[in-house]
Design a protein around this ligand. Structure first.
Ligand SMILES: Nc1ncnc2c1ncn2[C@@H]1O[C@H](COP(=O)(O)OP(=O)(O)OP(=O)(O)O)[C@@H](O)[C@H]1O
Ligand SMILES: [Mg+2]
Length: 219
């Protein structure tokens, strides 16, 4: 793929994520991790080749079909993308509201999730007033709250301390246990190794792996 008329930033990508799998994506800054994730969550089109999502070839999807596919994906954006005209609670509830759920059915889940990520007191705050790490935790809560079939997270622990990173990783592992497919881009090699999950690596836009888990189990 390429951005407008720029050079190709990804080359010869061949990747199949089995339903229910858990992978990390690593590689140096600028290698193409976020670009690959954008292809998968349909924020960018490839210049060649094919992208299939949940068994559907996205080239044959209408805009509406793509919007429906996107709703099945939870995304933690590298730059968070919280909506600043909404409270923390409303930001997290957004995917559930979009899915037509009533506030009574999700209010407790949102409150519980917020306290799990250590932000029980921030529920009515405006995201503008939060630190980088706090925003990141809200972005993670928003991505996981609807138990999406596919969870894509771009450097989801880049702004938090190591203990919180481990805690947040448990959310992704739990989501995976419930059946979601998980793909996490991360520079944090310690966290990646500790998880024991298979690792995909990008260098200069070329993908290698997955390398099998270093040790069995992923807890
Ligand atoms: N919006 C954009 N417009 C033009 N070029 C871009 C854009 N986003 C990324 N690129 C280019 O694409 C290449 C891959 O960038 P990408 O953001 O995918 O890297 P990354 O591996 O996620 O890096 P990082 O670890 O710093 O987040 C880089 O050369 C970058 O300059
Ligand atoms: Mg990136």
């Amino acid at each position: 793929m390429r951005y407008s008329h720029g050079p190709d930033v990804l080359h010869d990508i061949n990747l199949n994520l089995s339903p229910g799998s858990f992978h990390f994506l690593t590689g140096p800054s600028g290698a193409g991790k976020s670009s690959l994730l954008k292809l998968i969550y349909l924020a960018q089109n490839g210049s060649k080749g094919q992208v299939q999502l949940f068994g559907q070839d996205v080239a044959h999807c209408s805009r509406r079909d793509k919007a429906l596919l996107r709703r099945r994906i939870g995304v933690v954006f590298q730059e968070f993308r919280l909506l600043e005209h909404l409270s923390v609670f409303e930001n997290i509830a957004l995917p559930l509201r979009a899915a037509g759920e009533k506030r009574e059915s999700y209010e407790e889940d949102v409150v519980e999730l917020l306290s799990w990520v250590g932000l029980g007191d921030a529920i009515n705050k405006n995201p503008r007033t939060l630190s980088g790490g706090e925003k990141q935790r809200v972005a993670i809560a928003r991505a996981v709250v609807g138990k999406p079939e596919l969870l894509i997270a771009d450097e989801p622990t880049g702004n938090v301390d190591p203990e919180m990173g481990i805690r947040l990783m448990r959310l992704f592992v739990e989501l995976n246990r419930l059946g979601s497919t998980v793909l996490i881009a991360s520079h944090d090699l310690q966290l990646v190794r500790a998880s024991g999950a298979p690792v995909l690596t990008i260098n200069d836009g070329r993908l290698s792996g997955p390398k099998p888990a270093r040790r069995p189990g992923r807890s």
